[in-house]
Design a protein around this ligand. Structure first.
Ligand code: TRP
Length: 323
């Protein structure tokens, strides 16, 4: 089980960090992937853009290989059982603990005028998402470790207090390789919030891709035999991610004969070949009202069937059964 925040445009970091993991998981597990629209409300005051964001996230995930026939791909708000389990878990979540959560403290700093209770209990809602399907494997990035630990705590507290219902969920990563998708500005990972010109989106058109890559940072290597600077290593890494060979460029780098313009041209063309089919497919899906509706309905139906069973078990264990 995993949740995807509907923040709009997915980028290459999302693709290699998360999406590709989901697509691999769907072949061997019973998967629930959810668009976290209720979580989005903790930070979003203006909800006009929500619909567009949700549809884009659905479309871009499907275009990248997520198969709504194989998995349950649904919107959080379409599964009201989530809210019910969230309420039950709130009785097991201590305010002191929630206040200490680093992601909460970050949000308090970022939006001091909107420190709502939903923000405080964000990890409880996330635990409800996961425990709703009694899921054990949760493909998420490192930044979600703390939330996963909290979900395990709530599961254990529930089991101790009321009786065994929930298994412990753990962060999951396919294979050991946590791929890093470097930013084009030579610093850090590709990420939505930072430099947009240094981030490649699955919705970028060919020109945007060429432009961004041509402006990517490169440094000269200094003395022969000196280590490859990060900015250049990053471009090699991107080249490999989209199926290119870097051995020849690395050799040229060591000899001091590398021509960055040529390498960037190849990288851009490979990137275009990689992104264009996804972008075109996502666009077609996004404009297909009937299909999107079918996907959401199908996903909600599967998720609710699983949720119903869990809630019955949970209520039974608590003693909310009077006849
Ligand atoms: N909090 C997650 C994020 O910021 C999104 C999320 C919501 C999630 N519910 C979840 C992730 C359940 C895993 C499982 O990316």
């Amino acid at each position: 089980m995993s949740g995807i925040r509907p923040t709009g445009f997915l980028h290459l970091g999302n693709y290699f960090g998360a999406l590709r993991n989901y697509v691999r998981m769907q072949e061997s597990y019973n998967c629930y992937f959810m668009v976290a629209d209720l979580h989005a409300l903790t930070t979003l005051k203006d909800t006009k853009e929500l619909k567009g964001h949700v549809r884009r996230v659905l479309a871009e995930n499907i275009a990248s290989g997520l198969d709504p026939e194989k998995v349950a791909f649904y919107c959080q708000s379409h599964v009201p059982e989530t809210a019910e389990l969230y309420l039950l878990l709130n009785m097991l979540a201590y305010v002191g603990e929630l206040e200490k959560t680093p992601t909460f403290k970050d949000k308090v700093r970022l939006q001091p005028m909107n420190v709502n209770a939903g923000l405080l209990t964000y990890p409880v809602l996330q635990a409800a998402d996961i425990l709703l399907h009694r899921a054990t494997l949760v493909p998420v990035g490192k930044d979600q470790e703390q939330h996963l630990e909290m979900a395990r705590n709530y599961a254990n507290r529930f089991n101790q207090r009321y009786g065994e219902v929930f298994p412990e969920p753990y962060a999951f990563n396919f294979g050991e390789d946590l791929v890093k998708v470097p930013s084009l500005d030579g610093a850090g990972k590709m990420s939505k919030s930072e430099n947009q010109l240094a981030t490649l989106y699955l919705a970028d058109d060919d020109d945007a891709i060429r432009k961004k890559i041509s402006k990517a940072k490169t440094e000269s290597g200094g003395a022969p035999g000196a280590p490859v600077p990060d900015s250049v290593a990053n471009l090699f890494q991107l080249m490999r991610l989209v199926g290119g060979e870097t051995a020849a460029y690395e050799a040229q780098f060591n000899e001091g004969t590398i021509r960055y313009g040529d390498m960037k041209k190849e990288l851009a063309e490979r990137m275009i070949a990689f992104i264009t089919p996804i972008r075109e497919k996502a666009e077609a899906i996004r404009n297909d009202e009937a299909y999107l509706r079918k996907v959401m309905d199908m996903g909600a139906e599967k998720a609710r069937a699983s949720a119903k069973v869990t809630l019955e078990l949970a209520k039974e264990a608590i003693g909310l059964n009077y006849y």
